[in-house]
Design a protein around this ligand. Sequence first.
Ligand code: NAD
Ligand code: UDP
Length: 338
Amino acid sequence: MKILTTGGAGFIGSHTCVELLNAGHEVVVVDNFVNSQKEAVHRVEELTGKTVQLYEADVCDPDAMEQIFSEHTFDAVIHFAGLKAVGESVAQPMRYYRNNLDSALTLCETMARHGCKRIVFSSSATVYGVPDEVPLREDMFCKGCTNPYGWTKYMIEKILMGICDADPEWSVVLLRYFNPIGAHESGRIGENPNGIPNNLMPFITKVAAGQLDHLNIFGNDYNTPDGTGVRDYIHVVDLARGHVNACEYAQQHSGCEIINLGTGVGYSVLDIVHAFEKVNGIKVPYVIAPRRPGDIAECYSDPRKAEQLLGWKAEKNLDDMCRDSWRWQKNNPNGYQA
Ligand code: NAD
Ligand code: UDP
């Protein structure tokens, strides 16, 4: 298949490009580099020995998107492009709604004009809101999000469902990611957050590297086995492979499917710290800090639908995630900057 990846230079997009190319697909990337570097795409080419056509453009720009679609016939699109920092979305709601909703609508309008009706969308477990029970299943009612970022994911899911209802030729796969961590095992591509990381694993790797003094563990009084928050961490390469299967599924089916991409296993913050220390032989100093506003105690997936529909399940374990996250950080102390 010939596949357009929007936001393909980002963390999940770059890993997915590698898996798509290795599976024999052709890949075109459009990215405006608001949160990524061109170097990531060069490294995708280096890892696969294949070329990627790269467009530097904003997916919200209808003329740029028209140009790309007039130069290619795509079999499917994976829409990764979006702003993703929860705290920033609370501070800058208009920017988040404009970027995330506008890019999704502009993309879908361009696709429709060109008769490309297959899309895989990066949604998030955040759309489940505060869950009544875990594991989370795709058929559970989403009670509402706790921040503008989450609402953009929720709204784009609704937009894509509406497009499918109106035109049964569309094929939409809404992938609800749980907590992607890890990196490609080569140590050449990985997560490259700007400034001080918000998420747990990039924070841990920066502490291990001595770039940050200690980890703050946000609360140890949750109703969980050790009191710290529990999440469903998934290796980014497993997640990337799930997109290959989702594209192939979309080629054979029409309609809209919501699919969790997680492992189904919950680990606590302390589990992650201890696994990281053991696997890599490095201490991660931490202090117990107050709970982070908006956090929930437990969040993990029921991953069975992905296995049934896509024939996919996560294969890598927590040790792999910790080892690969650290290799990326160690080999690239400043991310993609030399
Ligand atoms: P990322 O920031 O590394 O990648 C997103 C990419 O989109 C970046 O390269 C950025 O430059 C690009 N981009 C943003 N707005 C754009 C626009 N208007 N036009 C063109 N390019 C644009 O993030 P990621 O972690 O790779 O996430 C990819 C997708 O998955 C996002 O939509 C994110 O919300 C979603 N997601 C991520 C996580 C996670 O924990 N990483 C969890 C659930 C969902
Ligand atoms: N967390 C933490 N310290 C940090 C960052 C995160 O204790 O510096 C905890 C957080 O409270 C949650 C888990 O780690 O229980 C995962 O947080 P992250 O921000 O990575 O992902 P989220 O599940 O919030 O999207």
